[in-house]
Ligand binder design. Structure first.
Ligand code: ADP
Length: 440
């Protein structure tokens, strides 16, 4: 009987302990599940020492997880701030080369409109060159870089972009391998390089021609032509003409470089358009007479003054009249000036009845060294820089210049200058940044 009682008591104790253990594990499990599900509420498990220690351990676990979570959150937002602030496009790929992360610049460079996350890189970019570079980097487990010419399609149409692509495998302990693709759009840099190269070629060509002529005549003179006074005189005249051309070219190049490198300091003072145009006509009077051009000055004397650099404004209209005289047609050539105020601008039209400019050349006439009437320009001492200087002067004054021309009937150049001066320029001043480039 005593034995049976003993067994029952022991069994009862075991059962009680099992129930306690079960309750403890249940609470423990509940607490861990809450931790895992992110509710992170502190578990309450009885008053015993074990319960207290378990509670403390779980509380410390909760604290550590919370800390890790907020640290990961801060790191994630730092990473996203860095990714969004850089100009380079960044793609992070998983081990199947699917996109897991992408920044705004990447979307912009490749004109991607909807989120590409989860899709294969090759399907999104459609660039076999980038895909090959990614595969190479993964197989060789090393960084690969290359510059490619990539064609993107956007709402505006197709555009070709020079992209410097760099692919690097990301090594991480215990995580599946990923790959980072960084894309730098170097289209603008390559474009400016091409413009600079072209500029140097043009300048060298422009300088080489008159120099070669001067040298040729010098050699002929030295070989004996100097003894024939009449021949020597004509040679010297030709040399002097080409010397002057070189001089003009260097002057124009210096003017352009001052504008383009932003070192031109305008001397702003009240400028009266009537006075400026009268001066320009006076300066070119001998040529006007020799070409037989009829000048019409439709410029009221009571027009308001504009704050501007008088020397540069005079140079602007000098170049326009000089061109009109250079390209004037032989019968009844006429150049007319018309000035008036429109809104907050002074508008000056300079029209001629010369050969005009072919439609397809019109968008380019303000570019450096762009010539349509090449021979006539060179024969008349043109440098191919006159209209480019005109454009620069208008832009630094916050204005602009445009061309209207019907081929065979003449040209009309319209110059618009703000009545309130260069500092009152509107943001739409052709978007041209005069100081930044050797562009046009
Ligand atoms: P250039 O020194 O050759 O005159 P510009 O920059 O002044 O250089 O002009 C560029 C080109 O535009 C000229 O070579 C010429 O072919 C054309 N052009 C300029 N003004 C006129 C005009 N009034 N009539 C016809 N063509 C013109």
């Amino acid at each position: 009987m005593g034995l049976i009682l003993g067994v029952v008591v022991v069994a009862g104790i075991i059962l009680f302990l099992l129930v306690c253990c079960y309750a403890l594990f249940k609470q423990l499990l509940g607490a861990i599940e809450r931790v895992l599900s992110g509710t992170l509420s502190e578990p309450i498990i009885g008053r015993s020492v074990l319960a207290r220690r378990t509670r403390n351990a779980i509380s410390s676990l909760v604290r550590q997880i919370t800390e890790l979570k907020s640290r990961a959150e801060v790191e994630r937002s730092n990473l996203s701030a860095i990714l969004e602030s850089i100009n380079e496009g960044v793609f992070l790929l998983d081990n199947e080369r699917h996109i897991t992360l992408v920044n705004e610049s990447a979307l912009r460079i490749f004109s991607i409109e909807s989120s590409p996350t989860g899709r294969a890189l090759v399907e999104v970019l459609r660039s076999p060159q980038i895909e090959m570079l990614v595969k190479q980097a993964i197989i060789e487990k090393s960084r690969k870089s290359r510059e490619i010419l990539h064609e993107t399609r956007s709402r505006e149409g197709y555009s070709k972009r020079h992209l410097a692509v760099s692919v690097a495998p990301v090594k991480g302990e215990g995580v599946s391998p990923s790959t980072v693709v960084v894309v730098h759009d170097v289209t603008e840099i390559r474009r400016l390089e091409a413009i600079r190269k072209e500029f140097i070629v043009n300048v060298s060509h422009e300088i080489r021609t008159p120099l070669a002529i001067i040298n040729g005549f010098l050699e002929t003179l030295l070989e004996g032509a100097v003894d024939d006074p009449e021949l020597a005189k004509s040679f010297l005249e030709t040399m002097s003409r080409h010397g002057n051309r070189l001089n003009l070219l260097i002057e124009d190049l210096l003017t352009i470089s001052r504008f383009e490198f932003g070192c031109e300091r305008l001397q702003i003072a009240p400028v009266y358009i009537h006075e400026i145009l009268t001066n320009v006509v006076r300066q070119l009077e001998p040529r006007i007479r020799s070409v037989g051009v009829n000048i019409i000055l439709n410029v009221p004397t009571d027009l308001p003054h504009i704050p501007a650099d008088g020397f540069r404004i005079e140079q602007l209209f000098f170049n326009l009249l000089d061109n009109a005289l250079k390209y004037a047609k032989s019968t009844n050539p006429t150049v007319s000036f018309k000035a008036f105020c429109e809104g907050d601008e002074m508008v000056v039209d300079v029209s001629d009845n010369g050969p005009g400019i072919p439609i397809h050349d019109q968008p380019h006439v303000f570019e450096r060294f762009y010539r349509i009437h090449k021979d006539r320009s060179r024969d008349a001492g043109g440098t191919g820089l006159g209209l480019s200087i005109v454009r620069h002067i208008a832009l630094v004054h916050g204005g602009n210049v445009s061309l209207y021309s019907v081929p065979g009937e003449g040209c009309k150049f319209t110059v618009r200058l703000p009545l309130r001066g260069p500092n009152a320029q509107k943001p739409n001043s052709n978007g041209a940044n005069v100081s930044s480039s050797l562009e046009k």
